[in-house]
Design a protein. Structure first.
Lengths: 415, 255
């Protein structure tokens, strides 16, 4: 089949980059205002199988990049429409990401980024060999998709270079990406078999391992489950690696046999149990990198949260750095939890202890940053900040006054 | 194999000038990745490339960290891939070489993860772009080498002016190498702006430092004129003493 095309194909070309000196023309990238790529799962009757449509000027019609005058950057939209009995909406992101791999498999083509940042380059050599139409690119996509993903029964490709048309379609693509992100945020531990572990901080905290799951971001807030998956794929023996989750031991506290095993191994035998969603008994260890600390306030039997940027004293009279000294170092400390801030948005955030409803104090800045989730749970007005109270006595008064659900005994712990 | 050459020294020793000339020279033999790892100098200017402050690696990392902590970062785009693509976007591409500006070091907070991703990205960049040479303009503390955002170094050239203080600083930098986790191959001293011979005191200081002198560079009358006009040093005439000296250095190091 490959003989039909003006370029060779194969995985050996995947790492091939095209520098400006070898550039014939580029689509998308930082110099093009409008660009995107989008895969859509449709029904069989909405697709004209193996059709390639080009809307707008083609490679041969466009002025190439010129070393003196520059130019040669053009807008682009790549639409991959697929149908198949086994395909559902969740497959769209995976199919769309394949555009990256498939384009890079073509000799003389370079593909970077994704979604509304897409960037493609074609080399001078490739053009010289006769690759002068995007139609050929579309045909290659169809060949590769149908041969590598048999789940696809029907496929059509539309490549648009007409800027007006791209601009018109872009808002829809952005909506699709946002909806996908929303779905990713609602991915749960139950939906996957593999968690990830990170020991990047073991030079500081030799017994610390961050467990990263769909419902739990790493303590530093920098690595979520998707990042873990990507990093472990690039370097499986590196500091970020796969953790088979094993048997579920306690769904509420978040205890898994696979996590316990890896905890024992990587903590040098110091800990062999960890609760992912509780600050009591076997809380997750803390390195030194956590974005925030969840700390127990005995007088209220509830928790405060303080983040690294907050320089003042918390309601218990300690600063973040003071508390961080006691919390860090890779130890399990009951009632002290180092955490990534995004964790406050997790549906499993200290769920065994009552979740967000058990938080009674946080800095004003945090309260504003997480206003949306707090309002949704009707907690925004119930949590005190440094502006409301100065010490635990005032905090207790405040909680009584506003009727904090935990203090009023309205929060039921899950069983 | 990619050869990595780092040029380090305190401000005012002419290291950026030498780095720029070396980059130009090597770009005729292969493709060079020029790394500006000193936020206080402007390698781009010396090479005649425009400066875009928003495009330093430091800025990219800051922006990503900020977006993540504010919940603006798409959860389904992987950060290692994102960093890599932004680094590629930030490359200033030129004839025979690409320039990458590292920018300022990180602020407070945890950068373990982002620096780890950064290391992976830079390795990937060197692999994909098949650079024959990496030339780094480093500040005296060699921050990026010590943080391992850069890889092992084949040749480290330490620049100094012909003063006791300059040589002392150079010696201290040599000692710093022992503390680095990166492997450093050959280390050499370049003394710049030498008028005639080195004084016996300086010779003694060099001997005591244990540094091996790679080259003594004479004051180049052409360079001051260019710098005054803000012209790139790469406009130095072919037969200028500085340019000839850089050629000699490259030859002696088998680059």
């Amino acid at each position: 089949m490959e003989g039909e095309f003006h370029a060779d194909m194969g995985p050996q070309y995947e790492g091939e980059a095209i520098r400006k000196e070898d550039l014939y023309i580029e689509f998308g990238g930082p110099k093009a205002a409008h660009k995107f790529e989008l895969a859509t799962v449709k029904s069989l009757d909405e697709i004209e199988n193996e059709k390639v449509e080009i809307i707008g000027p083609d490679i041969g019609d466009l002025k190439p990049y010129d070393e003196e005058k520059g130019g040669g950057s053009y807008p682009i939209a790549v639409l991959i429409d697929v149908a198949g009995g086994e395909l559902d909406k969740d497959a769209e992101a995976i199919i769309e990401r394949r555009i990256h791999m498939f384009t890079n498999m073509i000799e003389g083509w370079y593909h970077m980024n994704q979604r509304q940042d897409v960037w493609m380059r074609i080399s001078k050599d490739c053009y010289k060999k006769g690759f002068n139409s995007l139609r050929e690119l579309g045909e290659i996509y169809i060949l590769l998709y149908t041969s590598e993903m048999p789940i696809i029964e029907s496929i059509q490709v539309t490549i648009i270079t007409d800027e007006k048309k791209i601009e018109e379609l872009l808002p829809h693509a952005l909506e699709v990406y946002a909806a996908r992100d929303e779905r990713a945020r609602t991915l749960n531990d139950e939906d996957v078999d593999t968690f990830y572990g990170c020991v990047l901080c073991q030079s500081f905290a030799p017994t610390h391992i961050s467990i990263i799951t769909p419902n739990r971001i790493a303590n530093c807030g920098a690595i979520n489950w998707f990042d873990g998956r990507a990093a472990a794929k690039i370097d499986p023996d590196g500091p970020i690696f796969a953790v088979p989750k094993g048997e579920l031991i306690d769904a509420i506290k978040g205890e898994y046999s696979g996590v316990n095993t890896i905890e024992a191994e990587k903590s040098l035998g110091n800990y062999d149990r960890v609760y992912l969603y509780s600050a009591f008994e076997h809380p997750h260890t803390s390195c030194g990198c956590f974005e925030a600390i969840v700390y127990y306030i005995p007088e209220t039997d509830a928790f405060g949260v303080v983040h690294r940027e907050f320089k003042g004293e918390t309601v218990v009279g300690e600063t973040f750095s003071h508390m961080a000294g006691e919390t860090s170092g890779g130890k399990q400390i009951e009632g002290r939890l180092g955490t990534g801030l995004e964790q406050l948005r997790s549906s499993k955030f200290i769920q065994a202890d009552g979740g967000l409803a058990r938080i009674v104090w946080m800095p004003k800045e945090l309260k504003e940053r997480f206003k949306d989730v707090l309002e949704k749970k009707e907690l925004y007005d119930k949590i005190a900040t440094e502006e409301d109270v100065k010490n635990v006595d005032e905090l207790l008064e405040f909680l009584e006054k506003v009727g904090h659900p935990w203090i009023k005994g309205e929060v039921e712990l899950p069983t | 194999m990619t050869k990595t050459i780092a040029i380090a020294g305190k401000g005012g020793t002419g290291k950026t000038t030498v780095a720029a000339l070396l980059i130009k020279l090597l770009s005729q033999k292969g493709v060079v990745l020029a790394v500006d790892a000193d936020p206080s100098t402007n390698l781009n200017q010396a090479l005649g490339l425009p400066l875009d402050d928003s495009k330093t690696v430091g800025r990219i990392r800051e922006k990503m960290t900020d977006d993540v902590s504010k919940g603006r970062f798409s959860p389904s785009i992987s950060k290692p891939e994102y960093l890599f693509s932004k680094i590629v976007e930030s490359l200033a591409e030129s004839k025979g070489f690409d320039l990458l500006a590292m920018g300022r070091p990180e602020g407070p907070g945890c950068y373990c993860a982002s620096n780890e991703f950064l290391r992976a990205s830079l390795d990937q960049l060197v692999k994909d772009y098949k650079y024959n040479y990496i030339v780094m303009d480093c500040e005296a503390g060699m921050e990026h080498i010590s943080r391992q955002t850069t890889r092992d170094v084949d040749v480290l050239l330490i620049m100094s002016d012909p003063t006791i203080r300059g040589i002392t600083t150079a010696a201290r930098m040599k000692d710093l190498i022992g503390e680095l986790r990166s492997k450093i191959g050959k280390v050499g001293l370049i003394v710049n702006r030498v008028k005639g011979e080195l004084s016996p005191e300086i010779k003694k200081a060099i001997d005591e430092s244990g540094l091996q002198v790679i080259a003594l560079v004479p004051e180049d009358p052409d360079i001051a004129g260019l710098e005054m006009k803000g012209r790139p040093v790469t406009e130095l005439p072919q037969e200028s003493p500085l340019r000839l000296k850089v050629k000699e250095i490259a030859r002696s190091l088998l680059l």
